[in-house]
Ligand binder design. Structure first.
Ligand SMILES: Cc1cc2nc3c(=O)[nH]c(=O)nc-3n(C[C@H](O)[C@H](O)[C@H](O)COP(=O)(O)OP(=O)(O)OC[C@H]3O[C@@H](n4cnc5c(N)ncnc54)[C@H](O)[C@@H]3O)c2cc1C
Length: 447
């Protein structure tokens, strides 16, 4: 049995950012084990796409791995002559960002004066139990790894349940539940495609179909029938001073701030971006009922405003819509039904029922541990070693990221980072938040 100093379970961007910080901050030699079945560290679900049309949704100037070196990613791009565009206007392909994280990890190892070691376990973790004052991790090949310290950097979860209304087609060969699986069925270029969800995952799939030369109709459905917001290049954040209040007060103040900003020639994107450094503080003051209410009634609007697309991507969607190939519709109570080899989609509002050759579930990644197919999470829940976070998002954890068990006690040596902290911090899925968490958590772990 191996005994690394720290085991990081899941090594997408969160795990890689943490590993880099550990190597940069450590004053003693460190042996790190990174458990992730993906072949490269840092890619994860978010940056694992090999497709050039899948772009970052944040300009390069805001994607540095290091909170104290904001130009780190922009410099990396320019040293490699990967773009001539300004970093405030360049939305890099996500695979380029995975390359950057790989290099960042290598650089963190090289620049340390100590001979640290990192070992990649190309496996999934399927179980975790407390043992001898540490944690015993079970891997899917039957081996075990023990360490005093384990960090759960599990990232974005693949949801177990299909969106409501689609239960009848889950087993249908034309239905694809996980669009990131890479196992698209063979598709005739003139086939009709249905997409459920109109967020950034749906946008990725539309672009991939276009790049693949698809000529058939693409029908996108979501409850509100709206695309994500669009970035306004060069628009700086505006702080409207909102820091606290009940959900009703926050909404009133936000509306006031948006109207005031608009009156002074600002765009809404600037007000939303100005709120971002304060969202954790605001979120933590909401009651549990307010958090759930926010998610239920405003979660999608917030996500559309926060997770935006580059203007070039919006232009491509507009062209496709104008050509008639792409439609976006509101579907308040969508239902899917098998129809021979095809699937019939009923938007549920009396509008046209359509038949499609392929239906993609693009409702996005999940953050509910109780709705995850992961055996690891199932076992941890069953043993009471974890509990869902506030509003059922991610894992319950304390202010430093220590995982909290069913009895509400922070667990010695068990930590989490990234999207799994969403319940306690709300904004905990994007690089600007995660890189700071990585720096702080590394400091804690090394103490
Ligand atoms: C498609 C997509 C695009 C995004 N684009 C951006 C962007 O442009 N800018 C931005 O700031 N944010 C973006 N995000 C947000 C994103 O969540 C974060 O930026 C960041 O990538 C999260 O990294 P992560 O490592 O926590 O999660 P993930 O990328 O989800 O990676 C988690 C990793 O953990 C592994 N894992 C999970 N469970 C286990 C287990 N039991 N055993 C072993 N390994 C396990 C998975 O295989 C995966 O490799 C995007 C998210 C998605 C889903």
């Amino acid at each position: 049995m191996e005994t690394p100093d720290i085991v990081v379970v899941g090594c997408g961007a969160s795990g890689a950012l943490l590993a880099g910080q550990l190597f940069r901050q450590a004053t003693q030699v460190l042996q790190l084990s990174c458990v992730d079945s993906r072949f490269r560290l840092g890619a994860g679900l978010a940056y694992g796409s090999a497709r050039d049309e899948h772009l970052l949704n944040v300009p390069a100037s805001r994607m540095s791995a290091l909170p104290d070196q904001p130009d780190h990613f922009a410099n990396w791009l320019s040293q490699r002559r990967l773009t001539r565009e300004s970093p405030t206007e360049y939305f890099a392909p996500r695979r380029q960002y995975a390359d950057y994280l790989t290099d960042y990890l290598g650089e963190s190892l090289r620049t340390s004066t100590l001979p640290h070691g990192v070992h990649h376990e190309p496996h999934r973790a399927v179980g975790l139990k407390p043992l001898h004052g540490g944690w015993l991790l079970n891997l899917d090949d039957g081996r075990q790894v023990w360490s005093k310290t384990v960090v759960l950097a599990l990232g974005n979860l693949t949801p177990l349940s299909p969106p409501s209304g689609l239960h009848a087609v889950v087993e249908h060969p034309a239905y694809l539940h996980n669009p990131w699986s890479g196992s698209w069925p063979q598709l005739d270029a003139r086939a009709s495609v249905g997409i459920i969800g109109s967020g950034l995952t749906a946008v990725d799939q539309v672009l991939s179909l276009q790049v693949a030369g698809h000529r058939g109709p693409i029908h996108v459905y979501s409850r509100g029938g709206e695309w994500p917001g669009v970035h306004v290049l060069g628009a700086n954040p505006i702080d409207i001073g909102l820091r606290s209040g009940s959900l009703a007060t926050v909404l009133r103040e936000l509306r006031r701030g948006l109207a005031l900003g608009a009156g002074q020639g600002a765009v809404w994107q600037q007000v939303i971006d100005g709120l971002r450094p304060h969202t954790a503080q605001i979120w933590q003051q909401f009651t549990e009922v307010e958090k759930r209410r926010f998610l239920r009634w405003l979660g999608s609007s917030w996500n559309r405003a926060r997770h935006r697309m580059p203007p070039t991507v919006k232009d491509r969607l507009t062209q496709l819509e104008q050509s008639g190939q792409l439609t976006l519709g509101a579907a308040p109570a969508i239902a899917g039904r098998p129809s021979g080899a095809m699937i019939e989609i009923d938007p549920g509002d009396g509008s046209e029922i359509r038949r499609v050759h392929m239906l993609l579930n693009c409702t996005g990644a999940g953050s509910r541990v109780t709705d995850s197919a992961q055996p690891l999470l199932g076992q941890l829940l069953e043993d009471g070693l974890i509990q869902p976070g506030p509003a059922e998002l991610g894992l319950a954890n304390d202010a430093d990221g220590r995982v909290v068990n069913r009895s509400g006690l922070p667990q010695q040596g068990l930590w989490t980072i990234g999207p799994m902290r969403q319940g306690s911090l709300w904004e905990s899925t994007a690089i600007p938040e995660i890189r700071q968490q990585a720096a702080d958590l590394a400091e804690r772990l090394l103490q």
